[in-house]
Design a protein around this ligand. Sequence first.
Ligand SMILES: Nc1ncnc2c1ncn2[C@@H]1O[C@H](COP(=O)(O)OP(=O)(O)O)[C@@H](O)[C@H]1O
Ligand SMILES: [Mg+2]
Length: 253
Amino acid sequence: MSALLNIDGVTVRFGGVVAVNDVSLTVAKGELLGFIGPNGAGKTTLMRAIIGMVTPQKGSVSLDGQPLNGMPIHRRIRAGLALAQQIVKPFRTMTLAENVALAVGAGKTRSPWTALAHRGNATELKTAHELLARVGLTDAVDRLPSELPLGFLKRLELARALALQPKLLLLDEPLAGLNQAEANAMADTIAAINSEGQSLILIEHNLKEVVRICPRLYVQDNGTKLADGPTQEVMKDRRVLDAYLGSHADAEA
Ligand SMILES: Nc1ncnc2c1ncn2[C@@H]1O[C@H](COP(=O)(O)OP(=O)(O)O)[C@@H](O)[C@H]1O
Ligand SMILES: [Mg+2]
């Protein structure tokens, strides 16, 4: 089976800090890969290296056989990547539908900024409504982000990323800040999106949910790969347990 994502020996340093240390990882088409590790493990940095927000000192990344090294972010998005970030920053004065319509348009235009001039044509708005329904926000399409709690905004961020129709969707802690009931529902939404064929990497601190929905886990600690394999096996790995019990005793919270 040929890999959708191929990460080969990637190292990212910030001054003296080695945030990602010689990491190799592959993701197959259709997979839902859970990506866990204690705070500061370099999870976000690896996602940023994939999408092109940081430049690795070493190593290579390719998507569907296409090398991404040296490509700016907007070209990587056109190549089939999208990242839903942990800190959500929607346009506060646009409705949820307009926010998603903007992303629908941005995926098609050459420059990511061209789309900023308008709030979505009828076709883009129709697609936006469909995407918002897919993430459970049908009743909120005409609301403003400033009126809504975090749970809605995390789902909006997911819809905006889906609007780019990525081959591979990177989710950075989409459950962070949600209560357990909201986290459970959001995890169900992510699992449903995967079962429709969307390939995903899910970074998550909520071990309970990540273990429940992800068949495979990749674990990173201190920038280095600790484990990679079927979820049940990885969760029995002594080094993984130590990394969590050592510095992340609230992992089950
Ligand atoms: N832009 C940056 N500049 C300097 N150091 C950074 C930067 N981004 C991350 N780091 C450092 O890299 C390490 C990994 O951070 P991060 O990737 O955010 O970890 P995680 O997402 O697993 O919590 C940390 O020590 C963090 O302080
Ligand atoms: Mg992070």
